[in-house]
Design a protein around this ligand. Structure first.
Ligand SMILES: [Zn+2]
Length: 120
């Protein structure tokens, strides 16, 4: 099992497996969040939230909620909204041990313009 947590420890994400790849996206939001996304499904991620709770942000077509810790503000994961039929849950691998995620190949996604992966 792999567990990542926000800076203050209020939010913990536990997953049984690491994905083969992770995505770093340069869209207007991901570039500011500096997130590294691992794409899993809702059933694959155990999310533990402490007393500070979480907050979320959605923009544009409101298809994705970006969740952050209600105390330290770290972006922990994103989930799709009811507008989308998907069980995708993306975890922010930056919350996990860098030695644990060292085996994960990072794909660079050009979410700002072409919507293509640009390093493969
Ligand atoms: Zn926190």
């Amino acid at each position: 099992m792999y567990t990542g947590q926000c800076h203050c420890g209020n939010v913990k994400l536990t997953i049984a497996r690491l994905t083969e790849t992770a995505t770093r996206c340069n869209c207007s939001l991901c570039s500011r969040y500096a997130t590294l996304w691992g794409y899993l499904t809702e059933s694959e991620v155990d999310i533990s939230v402490g007393r500070y709770g979480t907050e979320h942000y959605s923009h544009g077509d409101k298809c994705i909620d970006f969740h952050r810790c209600g105390h330290c503000g770290c972006i922990t994961h994103y989930s799709t909204t009811a507008k989308v039929e998907s069980d995708r849950l993306a975890v922010n691998y930056n919350l996990f041990s860098s030695t644990e995620i060292a085996s994960v190949r990072v794909r660079l996604f050009d979410g700002a313009e072409t919507w293509q992966f640009i390093n493969e």
